[in-house]
Design a protein around this ligand. Structure first.
Ligand code: NAD
Length: 472
């Protein structure tokens, strides 16, 4: 008997599914924390979170920091870090294991804890007034398939540091890896004496469950890390909403840049986790006089250039859908995988697929989230910045520039108004990987919190003591 490819693929998928759910169930059944934060219904999850919040209000700041440290320690245990990174790639079918390791590690190490909550004190003849960052209560957080565990790690640290509890509604494609992480965090938090259910989720993530969470009266704040649809949805609820939406980061390279370094930085940023991060380089606009040199250096650093118009068109047809957006089956896939599907073999070491295009080509204007990087030539740096402004599409998310001209660097930063602007480095320097500053995977452009930390998830409250406690 011979099996055709389709049947083999179906059987493999079924076996993989079975293995994945048994891994998740296994880790739940080996646990000592009951349901370990995983609930059959969204209503039960929210109710448990509210109950936990009532208790959590009376935890000391020292305890809160202990819980943050516990989250860090749990994720950073080598076995857990490897398991989360491996499962995320296998389950979602997107991204790169080594890069997920880096992303999960940096989320656990560099998301700020309670030290982020700096109290303001005003003193004078009338006494002492304190302004403190206080919890909102139960936060409903929607998380993406592209950074499934990274987002849960950094949100959990920041939200718990701020005194909140959190209900996660993950992408259904990341169900099992979410369960493994939430179970491990609940188990570890229970072992250090935390109230149960500070971090919860549902057994079957779905659009219906997300809608129920969004509308639930006990959920005080909504945080959406995802595409424009979900961000718009949480922003139109009438509740406090934090929206971390899509990007389409342009890179401008001008004639003053170090072409070799710029090429290496662009290749490193663009290929990171197969281009899944919302901050990753999505199109290059280069001043004509340095373009040939930049492309030459990019090829030396692992780029494959497609020159034939017909092949570029075939690639476009292959990776985009009827609406012009990326086809799900190619999002987060590697360059060799994409080339292979295009019928170009033997490219195992290719990191990024490049091609020259016009400034309004769909590869430039669409957020593809795969290592396909269009290159647009501009006559001079001013024209390059104008093209970048249009290509960024008003997301005001992330932009990158390679230049030694401080005036032009300043011009681009002012015009594009992105939350993150990286100069002379790969995009990930903007989230603390090879650049100064903390890390987050929830970058809230639309609602203005920027790179979210504990204080982004807090209310400011004033506490006034009249006529006393000033000591000057
Ligand atoms: P997505 O928008 O498809 O899904 C994000 C989340 O929203 C998922 O949990 C999904 O289940 C939920 N969702 C989507 N549509 C919904 C609907 N109609 N009703 C209820 N729930 C819905 O995005 P994705 O593929 O998971 O992630 C990629 C997108 O997220 C990209 O656009 C990327 O730029 C963006 N993103 C932004 C940030 C940031 O910090 N700004 C971080 C990561 C990802």
């Amino acid at each position: 008997m011979t099996l055709d490819d389709k049947l083999i693929e179906q059987v493999t998928r079924l076996v993989m599914e079975e293995m994945k759910s048994s891994t998740a169930e296994e880790s739940e059944s080996n646990s000592t924390c009951g349901n370990c934060g995983i609930f059959d219904s969204m209503d039960d999850a929210v109710k448990a979170s509210e109950e936990a919040q009532r208790k959590y209000l009376f935890s000391s700041m020292e305890d809160r920091q202990k819980y943050v440290d516990t989250i860090r320690k749990t994720v950073l245990a080598p076995e857990m870090l490897e398991k989360l990174s491996r499962m995320a790639v296998e389950e979602t079918g997107m991204g790169n294991y080594e890069h997920k390791l880096i992303k999960n590690r940096v989320a656990a190490e560099k998301s700020p804890g309670t030290e982020d909550l700096i109290t303001e004190a005003l003193t004078g003849d009338k006494g002492l007034t304190l302004v403190e960052y206080c919890p909102f209560g139960v936060i409903g957080a929607v998380t993406p398939a592209t950074n499934p565990t990274e987002t849960i790690i950094c949100n959990s640290i920041a939200m718990l540091a701020g005194g909140n509890t959190v209900v996660f509604s993950p992408h259904p494609r990341a169900k099992n890896v979410t369960h493994v992480l939430v179970t491990a965090l609940n188990q570890a938090l229970q072992e250090v004496g935390a109230p149960a259910n500070l971090i919860v989720t549902v057994r079957e993530p779905s659009v219906e469950n997300t809608n129920q969470m969004i509308q639930h009266p006990k959920v005080r704040v909504l945080v959406a890390t995802g595409g424009p649809g979900i961000v718009k949805m949480v922003m139109s609820t009438g509740k406090k909403a934090i929206g971390a939406g899509a990007g389409n980061p342009p890179v401008v390279v001008d004639e003053t840049a170090d072409a070799d370094k710029a090429a290496k930085d662009i290749m490193n940023g663009c290929s990171f986790d197969n281009n899944l991060p919302c901050i990753a380089e999505k199109e290059v606009i280069v001043v004509d006089s340095i373009a040939d040199s930049l492309i030459w250096h990019m090829k030396n650093a692992g780029a494959c250039e497609i020159k034939e118009e017909s092949t570029i068109n075939r690639l476009l047809q292959m990776v985009t859908n009827d609406k012009g957006g990326p086809k799900v089956e190619f999002v987060g896939k590697s360059a060799p995988y994409i080339l292979n599907k295009l019928g170009i073999n033997g490219c195992e070491n290719v990191r990024v697929i490049i091609m020259e295009t016009k400034k309004d080509h769909p590869f430039v204007m669409e957020e593809l989230m795969m290592p396909i990087l269009p290159i647009v030539r501009a006559a001079d740096v001013d024209e390059a910045i104008e093209i970048a402004l249009v290509a960024e599409r008003g997301n005001r998310h992330t932009a990158i520039m390679h230049s030694k001209n401080v005036d032009k660097l300043t011009k681009m930063a002012k015009l594009l108004q992105t939350t993150i602007f990286v100069k002379n480095a790969p995009s990930y320097a903007g989230i603390g990987v090879g650049g100064e500053g903390c890390t987050t995977f929830t970058i809230a452009g639309p609602t203005g919190e920027g790179l979210t930390t504990a204080r982004s998830f807090c209310r400011k409250r004033r506490c006034v003591m009249s006529d006393a406690l000033h000591i000057r």
